[in-house]
Design a protein around this ligand. Structure first.
Ligand code: SF4
Ligand code: FES
Length: 243
C-alpha cells in the first residue's frame, strides 16, 4: 500500500519545527508502524537526508519508549496498543497519516518526534525507595495480600510510563501516570510504610514539573495503551487527602 505522511520535523529544541510531507511506498500491511517509519528513513538516508527521529526500544509494548501522536491520537487508532504494536493493516491504501510528537509543556521536543520525558523520571525519583526489610523470598501462598489488592496492584504496575495520558489530556495532566505509580506501591504491604510521604512528594514533583490538573475528561484512560483505569486517580486523591 501507499501512504501520504505528514511528519513533524524539528531540528532541536530551539527550532520552531514544521510539518513535512513524505510518500511511503511499498508499505506491507504486516509491518508495524515503526517498521514503516524505518523504511521511510532508509529511503531518506539513501537520498542523503536526515532520517526522522523517533523514540523506540523494546518494540514489544513493554518499555513505553515509542511515543507519537498518529492522526491526532496518542499511539494511533487501535485501542490499548502502543505505536510499536500498531500494524499497517489498520490503515488503507492512499490514507494520509499525520504524525506528531507528544505536545505538553513538561515534555519539550528535543528532535522531530522525540520528546524529553525526564519529568516522569523525576516524579518517580521523588517517590523514593521502599526501605523495609522484606527478608527472603516467602512462599507464594503465604503472601499476606488479599487477592483483590494483589490484582489491583498488578493492574497499576502495568503502566509503562509512555506519557500518552499526558499527550491526550487538554490540561497535559500526569494524574493517570502518578496515580498508577502511587497505587501500585500503596496497595502492597511493602509500600504501605512510606505511602503518606511518597504520595505527597510525588504529587509535589508532578506540580513542579508543570503538568496540568485533572478535570475528569477521561481522555487519559482512552489513550492509555495499558488501559489504566481512571479509578486509580480517585485512589490517588484519597491517598493524598489522607496523607
Ligand atoms: S498511565 Fe497509561 S498512558 Fe499514562 S504513562 Fe502509564 S501506560 Fe502510558
Ligand atoms: S518500543 Fe517499547 S513500548 Fe513501544
Amino acid at each position: 500500500m501507499k501512504l501520504h505522511l505528514k511528519v513533524w520535523r524539528q531540528k532541536d529544541k530551539n527550532d520552531k519545527g514544521r510539518m513535512v510531507s513524505y510518500e511511503a511506498n511499498n508499505v506491507n500491511e504486516h509491518m508495524s508502524f515503526l517498521e514503516m517509519l524505518d523504511v521511510v528513513n532508509d529511503g531518506l538516508i539513501k537520498k542523503g537526508e536526515d532520517p526522522i527521529a523517533f523514540d523506540h526500544d523494546c518494540r514489544e509494548g513493554i518499555c513505553g519508549s515509542c511515543s507519537m501522536v498518529i492522526n491526532g491520537v496518542p499511539h494511533g487508532p487501535e485501542k490499548g496498543t502502543t505505536t510499536c504494536q500498531l500494524h499497517m493493516r489498520k490503515f488503507k491504501d492512499g490514507d494520509t497519516v499525520v504524525i506528531e510528537p507528544w505536545r505538553a509543556k513538561a515534555f519539550p521536543v528535543t528532535k522531530d518526534l522525540v520528546v524529553d520525558r525526564s519529568a516522569f523520571d523525576r516524579i518517580i525519583q521523588a517517590g523514593g525507595y521502599v526501605n523495609v526489610n522484606t527478608g527472603g523470598a516467602p512462599d507464594g501462598n503465604a503472601l499476606p495480600i488479599p487477592k483483590v489488592d494483589a490484582d489491583l496492584a498488578m493492574d497499576a504496575a502495568t503502566c509503562i510510563g509512555c506519557g500518552a495520558c499526558v499527550a491526550a489530556c487538554k490540561n497535559a495532566s500526569a494524574m493517570l501516570f502518578v496515580s498508577a505509580k502511587v497505587s501500585h506501591l500503596a496497595l502492597l504491604p511493602q509500600g504501605v510504610v512510606e505511602k503518606k510521604e511518597r504520595v505527597r512528594k510525588m504529587v509535589n514533583a508532578m506540580d513542579k514539573e508543570g503538568f496540568g490538573n485533572c478535570t475528569n475528561q477521561y481522555e487519559c484512560e482512552a489513550a492509555c495503551p495499558k488501559e489504566i483505569s481512571v479509578n486509580f486517580i480517585t485512589r490517588l486523591n484519597k491517598e493524598y487527602i489522607s496523607s
